[in-house]
Design a protein around this ligand. Sequence first.
Ligand SMILES: Cc1cc2nc3c(=O)[nH]c(=O)nc-3n(C[C@H](O)[C@H](O)[C@H](O)COP(=O)(O)O)c2cc1C
Length: 178
Amino acid sequence: MSFMDLLRRRASIRHYAAEPVPADKLEKILEAGLLTPSSRNLRPVRLIAVTDADAVHALAECKTAGAGMLREATCAIVVLGDSKLSDAWIEDTSLSLFSMQLMATELGVENCWVQCRARQAATESSDAFLHTLLDLPDNLSVEAVLALGMSTGEEKKTKDVPSLHEGQVFLGKYGVRY
Ligand SMILES: Cc1cc2nc3c(=O)[nH]c(=O)nc-3n(C[C@H](O)[C@H](O)[C@H](O)COP(=O)(O)O)c2cc1C
């Protein structure tokens, strides 16, 4: 698949089949996360692979809305940044997460980003909830959870290549049409 085709094909999928994500695919997805550059090469990204179904489903409580697909996911990767090690941990974790999304797409593993930084669980922040649930040390901050699962077989549309003329890209100065 060309890189442009991979980008066109990637989509946030929130329903999954019951079969588990094969271990070799999970390993490649994790490797993609680690192959991603980081600011000053400080590598503040930490990943927790969650493969036990009940443990994955428990992650769904990390926020009050937008995490329901974790009740169906068969696997998840909790994406953490060492905020004491690098002030660019948000950028670094986000880049790693997107690499993992693209790798998962290439491997036919459906996925969805579940934002946790600056989000709320029922009675506390998503970050505090996940610190307790996963026994996280204080130096780690939670960026997001990547929900993973195999396809239900539902047909997916690929995206169109966006037009450069629709108000997001300018030439030389803001407002000048490219
Ligand atoms: C930073 C970020 C946070 C997101 N958080 C959530 C989320 O918490 N729950 C969710 O269902 N989707 C989440 N998404 C998925 C977006 O809703 C999705 O990427 C967007 O609607 C475009 O759809 P597509 O990914 O299928 O192209 C997030 C995506 C990004 C990039």
